[in-house]
Design a protein. Sequence first.
Length: 83
Amino acid sequence: MFGCKKILRALLRSLVMAMCVLCVSCSGAGEEKAADGAVYRMTDEVAGGVVEKIKTPVDAARMTKDLAEARLGEIDKGVAAEK
């Protein structure tokens, strides 16, 4: 009977240790996900800023090109009307 109590106590201790390990390992996963979310959010913000910095000069160049083409079209119409 005495040997049986030792075995039960050992099993109980093992069970308690396993539960503690599981609780500790599960609680850390949420923190990692939260940190990953913050990293992704910051990356998206920086990427959005970079896209705007790149698009602004490109859009300005397109607008300038369109204005130049419109001006040349008006000049061509004026030259054609004079002939």
